[in-house]
Each structure stands twice: as structure tokens, then as C-alpha cells.
Design a protein around this ligand. Structure first.
Ligand SMILES: Cc1cc2nc3c(=O)[nH]c(=O)nc-3n(C[C@H](O)[C@H](O)[C@H](O)COP(=O)(O)O)c2cc1C
Length: 373
């Protein structure tokens, strides 16, 4: 059997194969952030499709970090019942599930404006070409309140039956904003040196660990380089990865940090139409894999099963994480398992993403249109 179908452990958690459905926001929660029947059905399909570990989309831990009206909440106890339906549906198929814990920081500006509120991040950066909306700088008390909210959310995750939590520390959201010297201009203990820019991550980690106990898997998706000059550089990003693994994060998924203005400067690159354009974070992931003692997940344009096997056989990663192809073909992995090693038909056009921005539920917009259920 292909190395891709070997079970792998994250701490004490055994994942049935090396495939991870990388976190994918689905825009299908109700307006209170509760799980809907459409979401249960989406996760049932993904689990039936054979992915070993499914990471949910972004679930906000605190109202100040919410980014959409159709986003899941894990910010209050009333969400636990619905989340339990999701975990039960996935477990019924023998698949593991983690929830992605999220705070948007300054990126919540658009949504909070609809509520006449202003978003806050580490710093209000003047004349930032990459962020033109209004935001303020978080106070010390606000930072601590948000860190505590991550801990409480992790506790809810465990109560709802999730096998793990994943801290979203990539893609321009709050932890990535703290890590980036571009968006973090603070001169107090939360800014300046790499250690200070990681203090938020450390505080959040300690809150989560205290809430879930030492044996529960706490994962992180880390942005190790920003998409533009003057942002986080890879030298610091890889050191950050080492530090997070050293504190006790149980697995790292390696991605990018703050975005530039174009798709090619983000985590969702387009035009993945040849082997050379696949696996676009492979170099970062391979280097970090050599420097940490915990499982590493590679994400970003992974498409050909042959390349995935090569990555695992070379020891460049422990897991292969995929997002866009599974939107179009949730049964991709089960097909591969049966010996049908065709590449995904996803063309990475990002129409799925553009449809979400227009408040449509997650679907492959290159394939067909779909209405909210
Ligand atoms: C529609 C869509 C929604 C996404 N939502 C999330 C999310 O909630 N959290 C996250 O960390 N990344 C999110 N991503 C990024 C993916 O997890 C992944 O890192 C990226 O798409 C690259 O992998 P791929 O080439 O396999 O799609 C999203 C991507 C897409 C296309």
C-alpha cells in the first residue's frame, strides 16, 4: 500500500492516513454562528471521502475577531451541541476532526463595520498599502482577554468531541499580525524582538494547554513568511516554528503569513497546471521538518499523488494537507486508495473563494452554481 495510506500519530492521536483536509471556511453557519444541517452533510461527505484528519474552517473564539455573518462560533457554550453533531458525523466514518481556532484581529474590520464597531490589531499602521481599513491598537487587557478566549474555546472543542484544536496563526489574521514586524509596531512586551512578537502565541498556547490538558493535541497552522518585502522573513519564520514546537504544539502546518496584493503573494496561488508549480511551500516545509521533533503538514498546491509520495518518502513532511481539490471532489482520497491515481480536476482558479466573498456557501464555482440551503 502507498505510504500515503499509512496511519500516523500526532501525540497519542492516531490519524488513519496522511491526508489532512486543510482548514476551509464554508460560509454555511447560521447567523448565530451555529452548525447547520448543510455543514453536517458537507463534513459527512468529506469523511466518507477518506481524508484522515479534517480541519474545520475558521471558528471565532471572541466576537471581536469575527469575520463573517456565516462563520462558526466557538465563543460561547451554546455552540457545543451543534459542534457535537459535526464531530459525531465525522467519527461515524472513522475519521478524525480538529477545529480551527481563529481571531481575525484587524482583518475583522469589514464585518465589524456592519455593526458600527472598529477592529483592533497589534498596531494601527499608518498608510499601510496592504491594509486600508480603519483599525485601532489592542490594549494589554484586550490582548489578555483574547488569549483567555482561545483557552476557553479549546475547552469547548474538547467537550464537543473534537480530536484536536488547530490555532490559526497564518494568513494575515491576529497571531500572524503579531508575528509580522510589518503589522506589529508595538514597543511594549508584545512587540519588537521575535520573542516579544511571539508572546501572544505563547500566551495563547499556555491558555489552550491549561484548558485541555497535556495529552490533547494542540496544533498550529503557522505563516512563516509574509507575501511582500518588509514583512516577516523566512529566517524568523523558521525560528518561530522551532519555538512553537519547543513549547509543546503537537504538529505544525506550514503556510504563509500576511498577504500581498495578488494571489501569487498569498496562501492560495493559482495556475497550478504543471508539476513545477505544485507544492509551492515545499522548500519552507522541508527545512522546518528537519528542525522540529513534531509532525509537520505540508500545504499549498499539492495535486499529484506521485509528488506526495515523494515528499513523504523523502521525509519532507508527515502529512499532506489539501483544500481546494476537496471542494470539487470530496471523494478524491478514497478514489486514490482504490488505485485510481488521477490528479484532481480542480484548476485552482479561486472562484470558490470569490463566491464565498459574495456570501455564497462553499462550492466549486467553476463547476456549477449553488444556492444557500
Ligand atoms: C475557499 C477557501 C477557504 C479557505 N479557508 C481557510 C480557513 O478557514 N483557514 C485556513 O487556515 N485556511 C483556509 N484556506 C486556505 C487553505 O487551507 C489552504 O491553505 C490553501 O488553499 C492552499 O491549499 P490548496 O492549494 O490545497 O487549496 C482556504 C482556502 C480556500 C480556497
Amino acid at each position: 500500500m502507498s505510504v500515503l495510506f499509512q496511519p500516523v500519530k500526532i501525540g497519542k492521536l492516531e490519524v488513519p492516513n496522511r491526508f489532512v483536509r486543510s482548514a476551509t471556511y464554508d460560509g454555511c453557519a447560521d447567523k448565530q454562528g451555529r452548525v447547520t444541517a448543510a455543514q453536517v452533510s458537507l463534513f459527512e461527505d468529506l469523511a466518507a471521502g477518506g481524508t484522515g484528519l479534517i480541519v474545520t474552517g475558521i471558528a471565532y473564539v471572541h466576537e471581536s475577531g469575527r469575520i463573517s455573518a456565516f462563520q462558526n462560533s466557538i465563543a460561547d457554550d451554546a455552540c457545543i451541541d451543534g459542534l457535537q453533531q459535526l464531530t459525531a458525523a465525522v467519527h461515524a466514518k472513522g475519521v478524525k476532526i480538529a477545529v480551527q481556532l481563529f481571531h481575525a484581529g484587524r482583518e475583522a474590520a469589514g464585518f465589524l463595520k456592519t455593526r458600527n464597531q472598529v477592529a483592533a490589531g497589534p498596531s494601527a499602521v499608518e498608510d499601510d498599502p496592504y491594509f486600508k481599513k480603519k483599525c485601532t491598537s489592542l490594549t494589554q487587557n484586550e490582548i489578555e482577554e483574547i488569549a483567555t478566549a482561545f483557552g476557553t474555546a479549546a475547552k469547548r472543542a474538547r467537550a464537543a468531541g473534537f480530536d484536536a484544536v488547530q490555532l490559526h496563526a497564518a494568513h494575515a489574521y491576529l497571531p500572524a499580525q503579531f508575528l509580522s514586524p510589518w503589522s506589529n509596531r508595538r514597543q511594549d512586551k508584545w512587540g519588537g524582538s521575535l520573542e516579544n512578537r511571539l508572546r501572544f502565541h505563547k500566551t495563547v498556547y499556555e491558555q489552550m494547554r491549561a484548558a485541555v490538558g497535556k495529552d490533547y493535541p494542540v496544533l498550529v497552522k503557522l505563516g512563516v513568511r509574509d507575501g511582500f518585502e518588509g514583512g516577516l522573513g523566512f529566517d524568523e519564520g523558521r525560528r518561530a516554528a522551532q519555538m512553537l514546537a519547543g513549547w509543546g504544539f503537537d504538529a505544525l502546518e506550514i503556510s504563509s503569513g500576511l498577504r500581498g496584493g495578488k494571489y501569487r503573494e498569498t496562501e492560495f496561488k493559482t495556475g497550478i497546471n504543471s508539476p513545477g508549480r505544485e507544492a509551492y511551500f515545499r522548500d519552507w516545509c522541508r527545512q522546518i521538518k528537519q528542525e522540529v521533533d513534531v509532525p509537520v503538514m505540508m500545504v499549498g498546491g499539492l495535486r499529484s499523488p506521485g509528488i506526495m509520495e515523494e515528499i513523504i518518502n523523502n521525509g519532507e513532511a508527515d502529512f499532506i494537507a489539501i483544500s481546494r481539490p476537496l471542494i470539487r471532489e470530496p471523494d478524491l482520497i478514497v478514489n486514490w486508495k482504490s488505485g485510481d491515481f488521477r490528479n484532481p480536476s480542480c484548476i485552482s482558479c479561486n472562484k470558490c473563494l470569490e463566491a464565498l466573498y459574495q456570501a455564497q456557501p462553499l462550492h466549486c464555482a467553476a463547476q456549477k452554481t449553488q444556492s444557500r440551503v
